[in-house]
Write a protein that binds this ligand. Sequence first.
Ligand SMILES: NC(=O)c1ccc[n+]([C@@H]2O[C@H](COP(=O)([O-])OP(=O)(O)OC[C@H]3O[C@@H](n4cnc5c(N)ncnc54)[C@H](OP(=O)(O)O)[C@@H]3O)[C@@H](O)[C@H]2O)c1
Length: 325
Amino acid sequence: MSQHDPIATTTLGKHGPRVGVQGLGCMGMSEFYGVSDRAESLATLERALDRGANLIDTADMYGSGDNERLIGEVIRKRRDEVVIASKFGFVRTADDGLSFTLDNRPEYIHRAVDESLRRLGVDELDVYYMHRRVQEVPLADSIGAMAELVKAGKVRYLGLSEVTAEELQEAHRIHPISAVQSEWSLFARDVEAQVVPMAAELGVAFVPYSPLGRGMLTGAGLSGAEGDLRGFLPQFSGAAGEHNRQLVTQVTALAHQLGVTAAQVALAWVHQRAQVHGLAVVPIPGTRRRARLDENLQAATLKLDAAALARLDTLAAQVQGSRLV
Ligand SMILES: NC(=O)c1ccc[n+]([C@@H]2O[C@H](COP(=O)([O-])OP(=O)(O)OC[C@H]3O[C@@H](n4cnc5c(N)ncnc54)[C@H](OP(=O)(O)O)[C@@H]3O)[C@@H](O)[C@H]2O)c1
């Protein structure tokens, strides 16, 4: 595949939209991973659409709405080429990037979608996710409200993030769910026990977030830039961070042998793992740079052989520090 070719497509859930087999995560363009170059972020978004990586992932909480405003600048002009996905649920309680509560009440959902649409400058969201489940609000109430948004023409398809297999099944009974988005990578495989098999059974697509382990699996290390909050995460800090970075050297060594990059190995692994489970998968690696986008899209056609897969299979069990949910 040359760096100008469009990537292959798949269907997001049984009746969902056609999307490129890899999307673009946009969170880091506005927050959490240090200072971004706005012009390069916008150029990266344009390039993703040029290459058919059209599942563009954002959330109302990323940059407190700035991320949706940024993306809106690009997608308004290219609306027909984009499958725009946003999320509701996190409500900030302080401006430190780390303090939130959750809200899933129907009245909140109705308000949140209008604000997302306004910031993005579009009439309809293609995918609307519940970012996190709040146990106190009956799932039926929240999914009912989301279904009303579909009826009202504000949202085309529904998604859930970080839910259990039971929650996915219950929600799907109320209204078809097109995609479940949860962390899934070489370093985070707990979803393979129950949620992935349930999604496969129901015909729901899986959208793995942080497929590069929030950057750790690329071997690139932290930027050290102001506003890069990863240093606070259990898997990145202290002895666990040291241990996990050491584990990553196994990925970089394999990548070196194969003549590819560690990021490409990590992404190819997610694509192939989904085939084992028999479901459509659309990873959304986050990047703010065109060159890395191109590098990451190359991974969609990379095939790891059985020996390579066996070497990677043991890594997740050795990771230290809990993942951030
Ligand atoms: N549903 C949820 O709860 C949830 C949670 C977290 C994230 N997400 C979504 O998932 C998306 C992806 O997750 P993520 O951004 O947390 O983690 P990720 O995709 O695992 O990693 C992103 C990090 O890797 C770096 N990177 C990307 N490609 C690279 C390459 N080829 N070589 C070296 N470094 C590379 C990026 O830096 P540069 O940007 O500088 O290239 C960034 O620091 C987010 O953008 C967001 O949309 C959803």
